[in-house]
Design a protein around this ligand. Structure first.
Ligand code: DC
Length: 230
């Protein structure tokens, strides 16, 4: 069976990571969550006090980018990879609301994107990979054999995210989450560098009305077809 590259892009909180993870497991492919990499750089900036009043000190961050090392480590309990920032497992910390609030501002910095895209390209060198993000089909792997673009209404995405955060015990309102979802959509889609776009050759899936299982079946079938014809 031939190995292919599967790029899954789309709006935030559309369940990209969930479906990408499951797909990678089913196909015995590698899985890379690129959002987690941008989140790790954001955590690095927060910890160094370079984000104040929602302003990122871009100069400081860019100057110190060479001291950011990002790796992945297999977590047997979760069956996926955790993100390691300079030797520390930060998988839990990068999912906090504080990181979500600032990650789009960090992800629009050209130097940050350049560094992370380079790592992502290397990870996909041998194919057999499912990678999810915003620019995977457009910038990281423009030649990916299968490109999926996932979306859903902002209200539905905010509700899903709100439920997740509540479950984790975060003290937050639905309105705050909705505001964050819309704010991220706006920055991700309108930034100058590698904005979130629907490429001509990507397959768009609106999952507002789909269950996770239905969506997974659709994507798995598409992947199997592409693998068979590769
Ligand atoms: O998928 P996520 O919500 O964890 O992504 C976090 C942020 O990182 C999101 O606001 C957009 C940005 N991102 C990006 O710009 N490019 C990627 N390939 C992945 C994520």
């Amino acid at each position: 069976m031939k190995s292919i590259v599967i790029a899954i892009d789309g709006h935030s909180s559309t369940g990209k990571s969930t479906v990408a993870k499951k797909l990678a497991k089913e196909l015995e492919y590698k899985y890379v969550d690129t959002g987690a990499m941008y989140r790790a750089v954001t955590l690095f900036a927060i910890r160094n006090n370079w984000i104040r009043n929602a302003e990122v000190d871009e100069n400081q961050l860019i100057e110190n980018l060479s001291s950011v090392e990002i790796n992945f480590e297999y977590n047997p309990e979760a069956g996926t990879n955790d993100v390691i920032l300079n030797g520390e497992n930060v998988e839990k910390e990068i999912r906090a609301m504080e990181v979500s609030e600032h990650v789009s501002s960090v992800a629009k910095i050209d130097e940050v994107r350049k560094k992370l895209v380079e790592i992502q390209k290397q990870l996909g060198d041998e194919k057999g990979i499912v990678m999810d993000g915003r620019d995977i089909g457009s910038v990281v792997f423009p030649d990916a054999e299968l490109k999926i673009f996932m979306t859903a209404s902002a209200d539905i995405r905010a509700q899903r995210r709100f439920n997740e955060l509540k479950e984790k015990g975060e003290d937050i309102t639905f309105e705050e989450v909705l505001k964050n979802v819309k704010h991220r959509d706006d920055i991700d889609s309108n930034r100058k560098n590698s904005p979130l776009i629907l490429s001509d050759d990507a397959i768009k899936i609106d999952n507002s009305e789909l269950s996770q299982e239905e969506q997974f079946e659709i994507i798995l079938n598409l992947a199997k077809k592409r693998i068979a014809s590769a």
